[in-house]
Design a protein around this ligand. Sequence first.
Ligand code: FMN
Length: 170
Amino acid sequence: MQPVRTADPSPERFRQVLGRFATGVGVLTTVVDGLVHGMTANAVTSVSLQPPLVLVCVDRTALMAERVTRAGCFAISFLAADQQALSAWFADPSRPDDARQFAGVPTRVAATGVPVIEDGVGFVDCRLHAVHDGGDHLIVVGRVEALGDGGSNEPLVYYRSGYRRLAGQP
Ligand SMILES: Cc1cc2nc3c(=O)[nH]c(=O)nc-3n(C[C@H](O)[C@H](O)[C@H](O)COP(=O)(O)O)c2cc1C
């Protein structure tokens, strides 16, 4: 079967095609002025082994953009298949912008002082390494200071604007 080719790079078409690249789902967390903030993110990529670098792309209009660059550290918790509600919560613009954001969310504090969500499939804890221009997003690069597996081996998957599980998962 021939792939369908189109030159139309409209935002809608961009979303449709890039949405065919399946990803995990992360929650980016940071702490600034004593305020913890979390945001769902799937634009997450490993960058370098030595030094260990990861990147996450953050919408310039997100509250997170100013906070993570000012904080200088962040963590990304990789969600498990049964944590879909946490993904929806940390993507909801109407969630409270204070400590209530984490009420009932099981967390522990990582080495940089940023909370990591428990019971996921893994996490990285980072110091801010660089911030690059990424069009309407910031490309936020972090140097990994600590990392770990989570309690689950079943990742939450995001594909074509919907949540999925890996085949064979219950
Ligand atoms: C599955 C999923 C993945 C997302 N990935 C990103 C992302 O990589 N970068 C981003 O800036 N926003 C992403 N978002 C949207 C943000 O989570 C959402 O706009 C959030 O409310 C921004 O939070 P803030 O403005 O309070 O910081 C994603 C949302 C969902 C549901």
